[in-house]
Design a protein around this ligand. Structure first.
Ligand SMILES: Cc1ncc(COP(=O)(O)O)c(C=O)c1O
Length: 441
């Protein structure tokens, strides 16, 4: 019996629920494309700290952490308390309240260039508003984006010809070519240029070259284009000032989500007062952007956001998570090297899996050298299979592609994970689920 057969046999309740779900959810029974597993994923019942449990009674070390939102781990006591207390006082007032001010003050104290703050129900809404504000501010309509960078699923944020999406004058260019960037910006048609902080896919599966990103802001400014830095994943994760804080960047606008609300649904847009002024009534009325939204800054979300941001303000949580990431890279890569497996781990507090052949070392900041994105993103099918093997060995990863760390992870969790990873690669190769890679290291 293969490991996958054994997974199916040992997850009968998940299998049953998956079969029920297929009757309801068109996307192969799941409610988010990132939750699709082949043949099916585990159905979860509860989670705490660095652990999550499924309906079949299995315990997993948790490396999905709310799509990256839970840097504090599951059910941090301060966040749970804030939510419980606020639930008893009212979830939504549809009126102004003090918590939204406290939350905005905390955000402003951490995020570079955050002179004004606006709240949303999720991260992509912040990006959509960022684009609208940039259009009103510049009087232009086109949007410049980069290959592989993900910002959400709305029309301007997906691939221009994605099924069902309206062509929105979005232009997508390759990263790391300053000449191409300058030529595009010089057309002076772009209201906004969007970049995913850290690089493409969850904090840098394809990392940015620092020189390129440092040149981008001033270049965009010269050509009258607003720079919107998407820190939905990296905000409060890479440090209190997000990735911009690490790199010393000053974007015109910054979108936030995930960690900002401690695991509740929210987004925020911050930026220079002049640009955010498009939301201010009394501006030439034709340019005033009216922002509604039933769930904007709802008290129960603000309560969680305030509790989380207080914990994230002094940077100790992020230091801890980054140290855990460095430990996982070191221990993981040592074990992979020892077994002569052509896989590697890289990244900061989100550890990405590289599927060989290996001809590089990750640098001290956790990045591989500049590499073609196709190389870094290769092997997604193999990684998915690896993810299934990892499930059977008690590890809940992002389909074998990445491990999202939280402050709740211990070195022991990481040691167990590295053991499982090496075992999973070995077993998957032995069973023929993934092929051997040429050129061992
Ligand atoms: C970089 C980035 N931007 C934006 C989003 C969209 O955020 P949300 O799902 O909260 O709308 C995501 C979601 O994963 C993301 O990774």
């Amino acid at each position: 019996m293969t490991v996958i057969d054994e997974y199916i046999r040992s997850h009968p309740r998940s299998k049953q629920l998956h079969e029920r779900a297929l009757q309801h959810f068109a996307a192969k029974g799941v409610t988010h494309v990132g939750r699709m597993w082949e043949p099916f994923g585990p159905y979860m019942t509860h989670a705490r700290g660095s652990r999550i449990w499924d309906v079949d009674g299995h315990e997993y070390i948790e490396f999905r952490n709310g799509h990256g939102a839970l840097i504090l781990g599951h059910c941090h006591p301060a966040v749970v308390k804030a939510i419980q207390e606020q639930a008893a006082k009212g979830t939504l007032y549809s009126a102004s309240h003090q918590l939204e001010i406290e939350w905005a003050e905390l955000i402003k104290s951490m995020v570079p260039n955050a002179e004004r703050v606006e709240f949303f129900a999720c991260g992509q809404e912040a990006n959509m508003m960022g684009i609208r504000i940039a259009r009103a501010f510049t009087g232009r309509t086109a949007v410049l984006r980069f290959e592989e960078n993900f910002h959400g699923w709305a029309d301007e944020l997906v691939a221009p010809h994605a099924p069902g999406a309206v062509d929105t004058k979005t232009r997508i260019i390759p990263p790391h070519d300053l000449k191409v960037l300058e030529d595009e910006l010089a057309t002076r048609q772009f209201a906004a240029v969007l970049t995913e902080a850290g690089g493409a896919h969850m904090a840098g599966q394809v990392p940015w070259q620092p020189d390129f990103i440092r040149a981008l802001g001033p270049m965009a400014g010269e050509h009258g284009t607003v720079w919107l830095l998407d820190e939905v994943v990296t905000g409060f994760r890479d440090g209190p000032g997000g990735w911009a804080g690490l790199m010393g960047l000053k974007p015109d606008l910054t979108s936030l989500g995930k960690c900002v609300a401690g695991g509740m649904p929210a987004g925020a847009l911050t930026g220079r007062a002049e640009v955010m002024g498009m939301l201010t009534p009394g501006f030439p009325p034709a340019r005033w952007i009216r922002h509604s939204g039933t769930w904007n800054a709802m008290p129960i979300v603000c309560a969680a956001g305030v509790a989380a941001c207080r914990l994230l303000k002094d940077g100790s949580v992020q230091r801890r998570v980054n140290e855990t990431g460095a430990y996982m890279r070191r221990a993981g890569n040592e074990a992979l090297r020892k077994c002569r497996y052509n896989w590697r781990l890289y990244g900061r507090s989100i550890i990405h899996v590289y599927f060989g052949p290996v001809d590089f070392e990750v640098d001290t900041a956790g990045n591989p050298p500049t590499m073609d994105s196709r190389k870094l993103l290769a092997g997604s099918e193999e990684k998915h299979k690896l993810g299934m093997y990892l499930l059977q060995y008690g590890i809940h990863s992002q389909q074998g592609r990445m491990f999202i760390l939280s402050a709740a992870h211990t070195e022991e969790d990481i040691d167990r994970t590295v053991q499982a990873l090496v075992r999973a690669i070995g077993d998957a190769m032995a069973e023929g689920a993934i092929g051997e890679l040429p050129g061992c290291c």
